[in-house]
Design a protein around this ligand. Structure first.
Ligand SMILES: Cc1cc2nc3c(=O)[nH]c(=O)nc-3n(C[C@H](O)[C@H](O)[C@H](O)COP(=O)(O)O)c2cc1C
Ligand SMILES: [Fe+2]
Ligand SMILES: [Fe+2]
Length: 404
């Protein structure tokens, strides 16, 4: 396959280029998250008065494609600086090749990035650690480096370029998917879903740092940002800028949007399946929007989608089979992801089902409560539920419905 066909080179400002790679090969982002929708890696290149400054690169392994793309705009020997906003190899992956082609390059980044590029790539390039708020003037452009640590690595920085009021944010404001347009002026609903999936999967664990860093960036830039240029997905401009900032707050704070309830369950032989069909019907009748994620002998839902969907849901229903005296392994894994990526703050109803030893509910309840979730109740069923047990389930669903 000609991978160069996946390359997009475009302008996002008079002197600012985007070099975008549409990755449709990666099945599991970070070897973990299912992404049939694909992902892009966006690098940016500013050329002013004969000085070329590159902001990030692409994923490790795309060296020849990146070099070809860069060569189509400049001679690599003209490249003076590379800003590394974050050293994860989906963005820093080409620096070794670039350094070998032009050892005069100076890399700019946080002091942590300096350590990481040496340990990841075994190179010893010129490096200038930029301090928080440090300004670099290149011709008419003023580049302000802003430290936004732990979004989602310790090394993370952003660059604000004035007078074009463009904020290069690396992973922050990024999204999965391969948007048709390089730049969008409004954010369609399905793109918000892609942004949220990316946010929850990748940045969710560090969500407490989002608001703090967002406020810092807005204050340093005097709320004047006109363009947000992230490293994944579309460049945001016009109405999309304010909307992205608003939805990021909603993501970080897990604010319930519409009345969505996410149902997640395992069912080996269909017992929990029948309970969840009943629950879905009841919640539907009450006017909730329902998403169902199943782990059965026929279906294995997309866990990355699930974690994204749950972030702004009203509540969660978990259905967990007992397996070798423990929660069903995939549910155990999902509970772990909910704890790490959501970090509590949602009501959860737990339904468990067992054959000969009712051991799961207590264990799961304690674990979720310790992580900051509100466990509405646990209902434990032995095989097929009786009419009475269906009545009990209806009662606990009322409690979930009335949760404030
Ligand atoms: C591979 C396997 C392991 C199981 N391990 C346990 C167990 O350790 N303790 C228990 O009480 N039941 C165990 N069960 C029984 C199931 O938890 C029980 O049948 C339950 O109703 C399954 O619901 P489901 O078909 O919706 O998954 C096991 C079942 C299977 C198939
Ligand atoms: Fe990253
Ligand atoms: Fe990334």
């Amino acid at each position: 396959m000609n991978k160069d066909a996946n390359v997009i080179i475009d302008k996002v400002g008079r002197d600012l280029y985007i070099l975008r790679y549409n990755d449709t090969d990666t099945k599991y982002f970070e070897a973990l998250w299912e992404i049939p929708e694909g992902v892009t890696y966006n690098a940016y290149l500013l050329i002013e008065d004969g000085t070329a400054i590159l902001f990030d690169t692409w994923k490790k392994g795309l060296d020849s494609e990146f070099v070809n793309a860069l060569n189509s705009i400049i001679d690599i020997r003209e490249l003076k600086y590379i800003v590394i906003h974050h050293t994860e190899p989906d963005h820093s992956g080409i620096i070794k090749t670039l350094y070998e082609k032009n050892p005069q390059i100076t890399i700019l980044g946080s002091s942590m990035a300096n350590k990481l590029i040496r340990s990841f790539y075994g190179i010893n390039p010129r490096f200038k650690a930029v301090s928080d708020g440090e300004v670099l003037t290149i011709g008419d452009y003023k580049l302000t480096f802003i430290h936004i640590p732990w979004l989602h690595w310790p090394d993370t920085i952003a660059t604000y370029i004035s007078p074009i009021n463009t904020l290069i944010t690396c992973d922050v404001f990024g999204a999965y998917s391969i948007p048709k347009s390089v730049i969008i002026d409004d954010i369609p609903e399905d793109y918000i879903v892609s942004m949220r999936k990316y946010f929850t999967n990748i940045i969710g664990f560090y969500r407490d740092n989002v608001i703090k860093n967002l406020d810092k960036v807005l204050s340093i830039t005097n709320n004047k940002i006109e363009v947000i240029a992230p490293s994944h997905g579309a460049v945001l401009r016009g109405n999309a800028v304010g909307r992205a900032i608003d939805v990021y707050r909603e993501f970080a704070l897990k604010i319930p949007r519409d009345s969505k309830i996410v149902i997640v369950y395992s069912s080996m032989y269909g017992f929990i399946d029948s309970i969840m069909n009943y629950i879905t019907q009841v919640l539907n009748n009450w006017g909730f929007r329902i998403s169902v994620y199943r782990f059965t002998d026929k279906e294995r839902s997309n866990i990355g989608d699930l974690i994204g969907d749950v972030n702004n849901a009203f509540g969660i229903v978990l259905g967990i089979s007992t397996y070798d005296t423990e929660p069903f392994p995939l549910m155990d894994y999902i509970i772990e992801l909910l704890i790490r990526k959501l970090r509590g703050g949602k009501p959860i109803l737990i339904i468990t089902d067992y054959g000969w030893g009712d051991v799961v509910p207590k264990h799961v309840k304690t674990r979720l409560e310790k992580a900051g979730f509100t466990v509405i109740d646990t209902v434990s069923i032995n095989g097929q539920p009786t009419e009475r047990e269906f009545g009990r389930i209806l009662g606990v669903l009322q409690n979930l419905k009335n949760f404030k």
